[in-house]
Design a protein around this ligand. Structure first.
Ligand SMILES: [Zn+2]
Ligand SMILES: [Zn+2]
Length: 358
């Protein structure tokens, strides 16, 4: 009996040591991670150039691994955000995207999955970015109504934050947003025009095809010879091909039609007829991965990154089915985008660096 007691006491002592050390170790690691995670500004670590932060690679379909459409762009020290899908702003904060440098949010179109994270983004830009003026949000006609709605919806919250943190942290002058209506380029294969050109940064507005949503936009960003194009939501579009000529990176939306049809058939079997119809209807105003590959090849882009990914791909194992047929068109110059991907295009170089920072 004595050895049983000794083992029991020994186990208790060992358990206590392990418990203490695991808590201590856990706290030690947490403290080290906090140093890297809180208020990090990646501009201090990145070379001069154009950098794209993929903060949301998902679609409206529920996807635990992907936030809604969102891409942060750093052009030198200047910051812009394209689309504000739900969850994207929180991803950006964790990626070290400098909210304090944010100049403008550009919306591709007014489908709600592209702006349903706007409230959170406004809040982070205001407090996290220490804004002293409302955030400019640009988009197609109707952006005034969308932005006005978010400003109204968050006004009560803003009064609590000003009262609690004080004006030095939550500057009342920095609350809210101002809409900027972007007039669409005339339709046609060359439907694009420059909307910003200063200090070496050029942003080109591209009119794409996403009926009945019209106008719907894509954007091209150029800085010191490097370039990124963001398709917005569109079917295969000639204007996008032309505006993407020679770009380093193209982020193109893509829904995989066969996989979507499988989901629609299952919904149909379960008598979820409205869902089944939606899953089928969406195919006629989106591109497939193969469509995106054709656009990328015709435009001669360096790297195609799929985003606005549907259906959800819960594990990378399904990437092969999603990308079926892409390699035959564009070889290995295409990847499936994922949240936390940082693509860097250093100025004065031609390489395309990519790494996951989430
Ligand atoms: Zn859309
Ligand atoms: Zn969409």
């Amino acid at each position: 009996m004595r050895w049983i007691g000794a083992v029991a006491v020994g186990s208790l002592v060992l358990g206590g040591v392990l418990f203490t050390s695991s808590a201590t170790l856990s706290r030690f690691v947490f403290d080290r991670m906090a140093e890297r995670a809180v208020a990090r500004d990646l501009r201090e670590e990145l070379p001069d150039g154009l950098h794209a932060f993929l903060c949301g690679s998902g679609s409206p379909m529920p996807d635990p691994g992907r936030a809604g459409p969102c891409i942060g762009v750093l052009a030198g020290k200047r910051a812009f955000i394209f689309d504000a899908g739900a969850g994207g702003a929180r991803r950006l904060a964790r990626m070290g995207f400098p909210m304090s440098a944010l100049e403008t949010v550009y919306l591709t179109h007014l489908h709600s999955d592209h702006f349903d994270g706007l409230g959170e983004l406004m809040l982070q830009a205001w407090i996290g970015g220490a804004r002293a003026a409302p955030l400019p949000i640009a988009g197609p006609q109707g952006v005034e109504e969308v932005v006005g709605g978010f400003v109204d919806a968050y006004r009560i919250d803003s009064t609590y934050r000003i009262a609690h943190h004080g004006a030095a942290v939550a500057d009342p002058k920095g609350y809210g947003a101002v809409p900027i209506v972007l007039a669409p380029p005339a339709p046609g294969p060359d439907a694009a025009r420059v909307i910003l050109s200063d200090q070496g940064v050029t942003i080109t507005l591209i009119r794409v095809s996403h009926p009945p949503v019209d106008p719907a936009f894509g954007y091209r960003i150029d800085y010191k010879g490097r370039s990124v194009v963001i398709s917005g939501d569109t079917v295969r579009s000639e204007s996008l091909v032309r505006a993407s000529k020679g770009a380093d990176v193209l982020f193109h939306e893509a829904l995989q039609p066969e996989m979507m049809r499988t989901l629609a058939a299952v919904a149909d079997d379960r008598r979820a007829t409205a869902l089944s119809q939606v899953l089928t209807d969406v195919l006629d105003y989106h591109a497939s991965p193969v469509d995106a590959a054709h656009v990328a090849r015709e435009a001669g882009v360096g790297l195609l990154v799929m985003h606005h990914i549907a259906p959800p791909l819960p594990v990378p194992f399904f990437n092969a089915a999603y990308m079926d047929g892409v390699q035959a068109i564009i070889g290995n110059r295409a990847i499936v985008g994922s949240d936390g991907l940082l693509i860097s295009l250093p100025s004065g170089a031609s390489r395309i660096d990519r790494r996951k920072i989430l």
